[in-house]
Design a protein around this ligand. Structure first.
Ligand SMILES: [Zn+2]
Length: 364
């Protein structure tokens, strides 16, 4: 097996074991935030954090995986490939940048091949202010019953309702309605939750512990499921209020996109996890991106998400249907070919090096 293939895994348990081993072998200190629920194979679940560099480092780069559970197969592979790459760690040390690997932000979803958390929450829609009225998504409300009909495969009238929405409002509006986030249907898709979920609280606690001593903080959050297969779109993931956009372009290039101006493959979202970086690490100048790697066409990814949510809502579904849906789900968020994995790691390593150089210049 080549070295890139060997960094990727077939189960959460395998990914976690490889991550912990690679972190210790590279001399990193590891901390574990355990989740008191069983994994799919009965394994323990946790968000694991590995740090390279002193606690009082002036600059810190965070690299995270599994914000969206099943997407962690990609991000974990990237993290393990980087942990096994001494030249990369030497480059970070030379720039004076500390590294923080956060493995499996949503370990339950990773283990069970779901995008959402054990609370059925989309972690990257969960960072809204729950003390204020929650955002209303009228488009989702109109589509909910067609997206998740009583039977699966979906009856023809459900597909016709979806086609009619797209025909009258356009594909982009449809994507916005479905994936922008909603707080009304707790058993629906892209549910932002009614309170901070476990992974939300864990992410804040990691930031409080590791992100409060630095002057500059950067974050690369690894995602999959949107865009052309194997292409990693770099999407700005921070508030654009302190020159972050200019910094991000200087570090990562003009190809960087934004969910706010329509340049990204992603819809406009509310409640994203980067809000916690601004709130918990207010002392730091913060610059962040998500890398969004394409897998399958958007309609295929959406069908997998609908099927998987339907399955979650119908625990008595027959075993053959269950297995088919779980395979559909993993294939929608991970491409199990050497070519795809090599492309994913190459682009992540490049972006990580650019971040380290940018942080080093900012401090130096
Ligand atoms: Zn994602």
């Amino acid at each position: 097996m080549n070295t890139v293939d060997a960094a990727f895994s077939q189960t959460y348990a395998e990914a976690r074991a490889k991550f912990l081993h690679a972190a210790v072998a590279a001399g990193l200190a590891v901390q574990t935030h355990g989740l008191d629920l069983p994994g799919r194979d009965g394994e323990a679940l946790a968000t694991d954090v590995a740090r390279l560099g002193p606690r009082d480092a002036r600059t810190l780069l965070v690299i995270s995986s599994g914000c969206h559970g099943v997407e962690g197969f990609c991000g974990s592979g990237v993290q393990i490939a980087l942990l096994r790459d001494p030249a990369w760690h030497a480059a970070a040390a030379a720039a004076g940048v500390a590294l923080l690997y956060v493995h499996a932000l949503n370990p339950w979803g990773f283990s069970w091949w779901r995008r959402s958390t054990q609370e059925n929450v989309d972690l990257n829609r969960n960072f809204v202010d729950f003390g204020q009225p929650l955002p209303v998504n009228a488009g989702y409300r109109a589509l909910h019953h067609a997206l998740l009909p009583p039977r699966w495969p979906p009856p023809q009238e459900a597909e016709e309702a979806i086609s009619a929405f797209i025909a009258t409002q356009g594909l982009r509006s449809f994507q916005q309605a479905v994936s922008g986030g909603q707080h009304e249907e707790a058993e629906g898709l892209f549910f932002g939750g009614h309170a901070p979920c476990w992974s939300h609280r864990t992410w804040r606690s990691v930031l409080r512990e590791h992100g409060r001593h630095c002057g500059h903080l950067a974050w690369i959050d690894l995602h999959t499921g949107l865009g052309p297969a194997g292409h990693g779109e770099r999407i700005l993931c921070c508030r654009d209020d302190d020159g972050a956009w200019a910094r991000a372009r200087a570090w990562w290039g003009d190809g960087i996109t934004s969910i706010d101006d329509g340049s990204s493959v992603s819809a406009r979202l509310s409640g994203m996890a980067f809000e916690a970086v601004h709130e918990e690490c207010a002392q730091a100048l913060y610059t962040g991106i998500a890398i969004e790697y394409g897998t399958l066409p958007m309609q295929d990814v959406l069908q997998a998400l609908r099927a998987d949510q339907w399955l979650q809502n119908h625990p008595d579904a027959p075993d053959t249907l269950r297995q088919a849906i779980k395979c559909q789900m993993r294939d929608a968020f991970h491409v199990d070919t050497t070519e795809w994995k090599e492309a994913v790691v190459r682009q992540a390593r490049e972006a990580a090096l650019q971040a380290v150089q940018g942080l080093g210049r900012a401090e130096g």
